[in-house]
Design a protein around this ligand. Structure first.
Ligand SMILES: [Mn+2]
Length: 380
């Protein structure tokens, strides 16, 4: 004898017998809804970072892409990429930076690719549109920057900054431009075509090359892959003009003086290049001096009127250049210096270096000794 069915089940069976069509429709609708839901979830999972980022841009009429102070090619290229992604969804972009676009390489980048960047001095100079940060994750370096809450952040530096609607920070990548290139790739763009014009592809490749010392330093698999993806769309003439710009005569003069006037003590070199006309020449001279065989850390300084500019480079794990420079100028009023482990810079007030009153202050030679001591870690 079959066991009696529970009353609920019997009622359902009766219902099916009574209204088979209605029940079939309900079952079909519920089934289709479930299939649609699963498809939607799968689509969401497979949506690329690029399309997510572009949707964030699409929700705005206009955005401000903010570069870090004294922007480098990677930051500029990333902004160029964001501007193009924005243009695909009718979002206009202003690209803003503080500080200077100095190195002639950086200037060439801006000139050759014919892009417009707006210089700002304070947060109040920014257009009144949502901010997207590229190549840094917290706004810095100008008045009012601490109040900026970006809607999106795309970066490859460590830090706690984030965007309210979108954050993509990949510390293992050698360049921010690599992340942007992946966005284009994920969206199916062909470099050189409308989806990723040659100028943008060229800029992105140069950004990657610049940030990884031509794929020799800190380059990940992703950076190589992005460079390979971009290469068919690159304008090689433009790339050459950016990478090998003509050098100003006064920059070459400063480089020559830095080399001939160098003072070498052990693995360190310091060079006082005297009076200079172009402060940009000092970091370039430091770059060159570091190429000398046997030298692992260098500082170059030169003065222009009442300002003395200094720039240091280190490939020595024992020398944190930013800290060394900061220590060396510590007791000189109206002076500041700092930076990262491998590079640093600063400015010293010449009147304060020499001492504003008689019998105080230090000579440039004593300052040079201090720089050597700071690099050796002997400054207390
Ligand atoms: Mn970068």
């Amino acid at each position: 004898m079959p066991a009696a069915l529970p009353p609920e089940v019997s009622r359902v069976i009766e219902l099916i017998r009574g209204e088979p069509l209605a029940v079939a429709i309900v079952v079909a609708v519920v089934g289709l809804a479930a299939i649609a839901l699963v498809a939607l979830l799968l689509r969401r999972r497979s949506r690329t970072h690029g399309s997510k980022f572009r949707r964030v841009l699409a929700k705005q009429d206009a955005v401000t892409v903010l570069l870090h102070p004294n922007p480098d090619p990677d930051a500029m290229a990333s902004a160029l990429g964001v501007a193009h992604l924005g243009s695909m969804v009718d979002t206009t972009t202003d690209i803003c930076y503080s500080g200077r676009i100095a190195h002639q390489e950086n200037r060439a980048f801006r000139t050759v690719l014919d892009v417009d960047f707006e210089r700002i001095e304070a947060a109040t100079d920014l257009p009144n549109t949502p901010v997207v940060l590229v190549d840094h994750n917290e706004a810095r370096g100008f008045q009012g920057c601490e109040g900026i809450r970006p809607i999106a952040v795309v970066d490859h530096h460590p830090g706690d900054g984030y965007g309210s609607n979108f954050t993509d920070v990949r510390e293992e990548y050698g360049a921010c431009a690599t992340i942007i290139a992946e966005y284009f790739q994920g969206l199916g763009a062909t470099p050189g075509d409308q989806g990723l014009p040659s100028g943008v592809a060229t800029g992105l490749l140069y950004g990657i090359l610049a940030d990884t010392s031509h794929l020799t330093r800190g380059a990940s698999r992703a950076d190589f892959d992005a460079a390979a993806y971009l290469s068919p769309g690159v304008d090689s003439d433009a790339l050459d003009r950016i990478a090998n710009p003509p050098v100003d005569a006064d920059v070459l003069d400063t480089v020559a003086t830095a080399i001939s006037e160098r003072d070498v003590r052990g693995p360190f070199a310091v060079s006082d290049v005297g009076e200079i006309t172009n402060p940009d020449s000092v970091p370039q001279a430091a770059d060159e001096l570091l190429q000398l065989e046997g030298i692992t850390a260098v500082v170059v300084f030169g003065s222009n009127g009442e300002e003395l500019y200094l720039s240091g480079r280190s490939r020595d794990d024992r020398v944190h250049m930013g800290d060394a420079l900061s220590m060396a100028v510590d007791e000189i009023a109206m002076s500041e210096a700092g930076g990262h482990a491998r590079m640093g810079g600063g400015r010293v007030s010449v009147p304060h270096l020499e001492g504003l009153r008689p019998d105080s202050g230090i000579t440039r030679d004593v300052f040079k000794d201090r720089l050597f001591d700071a690099m050796a870690g002997d400054v207390s």
